[in-house]
Design a protein around this ligand. Sequence first.
Ligand SMILES: [Zn+2]
Length: 390
Amino acid sequence: MRASTFPLASALTLFLLLALWACSGASEREPEPASAPRAAPSAQQPAPSAAAGAAAKTQDTSMASQRSKSGYDIAPLPRAKVTELAKNLPPEVYRVTQKAGTEPAFCGDLVDNHKQGTYLCVVCGLPLFSSEAKFDSGTGWPSFFQPFDPAHIEERSDVAYGMKRTEILCVRCTAHLGHVFEDGPRPTGLRYCLNSASLRFLENGAALPAESRPAAASASAPQTEVAYFAGGCFWGIEHYFQLGQGVISAESGYMQGRVEKPSYKQVCDGSTGHAEAVKVVFDPSQISYQRLLEAFFVMHDPTQLNRQGPDHGDQYRSGIYTTSAEQERAARAAIEQLAKSARYGSRKIVTEVEPAKTFWPAEDYHQDYIEKTGRACHVSNPWTEQVEAK
Ligand SMILES: [Zn+2]
């Protein structure tokens, strides 16, 4: 339990709750810690406050993997390294990240940032949040409904100011980031409430600094690439992409539409312009984009305009949404080649190829739908040989 465990008994507590709601508490309201500042303990050590440390979800870093699922080195930095990095921080950034400070609401420079890109830890550069999960919470602090990778965020119980909250920290350098609450929007219901001062924003297309890239493939970490496909109802497309060897994850969502954070109902009504799409994260050293394209064309019928099997409507259109010029070239070449082949006879391929716009994850109950329900679907298995060989 997170936000819902606030004590609500007394008027005083209620006042505190209102005053400090969200990651609230402008600097003047925040008493400095009585003891020495909380200067970036290593992740193996419990939090300095015994009360906070007791219930905290501490990171088992000794035996656990030092590599996140998205391929980043998340081994805790040595204390000396953190101290060195922290030395160069502007005073306000130092106060927030190293002393668990909070910036005043509506004052951070990332609250109203609507650009597409990645939010990095301002201290060590680890990617922490993506613009895909950012939403306007109205609190005055940058808010996200999910992290870039859950393994990049450490959670600790925080009982300061007579409240029970969950502090969030960078898992690699233990920079204080903010708090997480259980009153967020779909699909997670979580609200990660951040300080702008804890983050560095990097717009899509900008070169990532070395410390913000996945660990080298030679060190057994997968280099990942993202591909997006729309082939009718996303349940089956997601299910079969997930089975591909070298596919790290497949997720159902909505893309290429006109409104933000569409719901399934809105998309079904056909008024938002979104396609049901699947986000595929894959390791290109194990499976090529070309192979994903081939699988995509086995799974669905690219000659059906704005429908697929029993489903009708432009949300069921066939589409490939590219994340690079190479992907776009490969997608167009694949379609051209298929068009020349005899596979579809005289029927025209209607698959659209467009640069990927924002991917909005679908509601939880749509994720892993085939697996959870055991339901069959009209999608053909593109990995038949591979699956049988297992
Ligand atoms: Zn960090």
